[in-house]
Ligand binder design. Structure first.
Ligand SMILES: Cc1cc2nc3c(=O)[nH]c(=O)nc-3n(C[C@H](O)[C@H](O)[C@H](O)COP(=O)(O)O)c2cc1C
Length: 261
């Protein structure tokens, strides 16, 4: 992206690390904070990436604002200690995301779908929550909607877990309720009870969980369901669910991850 910065002390000496404050998830200083010029270059890179996706025929784009990726690092106060306009309370920490969404919207035009992925966890930091309360989440959602987001893709590790106390709603349910926008839920859909690795920690979804999922979907808690691992194991997964052929589902196993290579 044309950034002139020495690579010597980076975690991966061959790849440039950038971040709002140069901090890793544990708070260690691993690189310098991004300069305003680098921030502007990164925003333009998102915009040109989206424009390219549209030009070559994609139906929409999704911005990755979850899992500790760059936008999420700006959102989370532990990785964003900036004192300029990109740091501070949740609205200020959202400034980078806002400018990315606005630049992408300007690049793709008014009628092109923009999704935004968000999460309350990060790789190796499962309690790293950018939003402590529904009020904070609502503040973020409203500025993102104003900037041009159409769809929120709400990443959880387990779709059945309530996001905030006092309600059964999961993250996608809260986001839909607070923003009124289309939401996607994701996280361990269709994984059976035997599966004990790769994020599920011994509890996966069985028939009861599929019933729970369908009930939430029918109640309009969320609008769409994203399926990852279950679909890798059984490409006919969605058809079988729709037709109630539960006994024909092929269970996911970690080995399935290597079957398409
Ligand atoms: C082996 C594996 C690798 C993944 N790698 C990434 C990744 O690099 N970046 C990311 O944002 N999510 C990653 N994910 C999370 C997926 O994007 C998705 O949220 C997750 O698989 C939930 O869907 P599922 O439970 O239906 O599989 C990964 C998931 C798995 C199982």
């Amino acid at each position: 992206m044309g950034m002139a910065r020495p690579l010597g002390s980076q975690p991966n000496s061959e790849v440039l690390s950038i971040g709002p404050s140069g901090l890793d998830l544990e708070g260690n200083q691993v690189t310098e904070p991004m300069t305003e010029e680098e921030i502007a270059i990164a925003i333009q890179a998102y915009a040109s990436g989206a424009a390219n996706a549209k030009r070559i025929g994609f139906d929409g784009i999704e911005l990755h604002g979850a899992h500790g990726y760059l936008i999420d690092q700006f959102l989370w106060e532990k990785t964003n200690q900036r004192t300029d306009r990109y740091g501070g309370d949740i609205i200020r920490r959202a400034q980078f995301a806002i400018e990315v969404v606005e630049a992408v919207r300007a690049a793709v035009g008014p009628d092109y779908p923009i999704a935004f992925r968000l999460s309350q966890w990060k790789m190796n930091a499962y309690q790293a929550k950018p939003f402590e309360t529904p009020e904070q989440l609502e503040q973020l959602l409203s500025v993102l909607v104003k900037a041009g987001v159409d769809i929120f893709h709400c990443s959880t590790r387990r779709f059945w877990e309530p996001e905030f106390a006092g309600s059964d709603l999961n993250l996608a349910g809260w986001v839909k309720k607070l923003s009124g926008k289309t939401t996607i839920t994701v996280g361990s859909v269709g994984l059976d009870n035997e599966f004990t690795s790769l994020y599920t920690e011994g509890k996966g979804a069985g028939q009861k969980d599929i019933d729970d999922l369908l009930e939430r979907l029918n109640n309009n808690e969320f609008d769409l369901v994203a399926v990852g691992r279950a679909l890798i194991a059984d490409p006919a997964w969605a058809v079988k669910i729709r037709e109630g052929r539960m006994d024909e589902l092929l269970p996911f196993t970690p080995e399935a991850l290597s079957t398409l290579i």
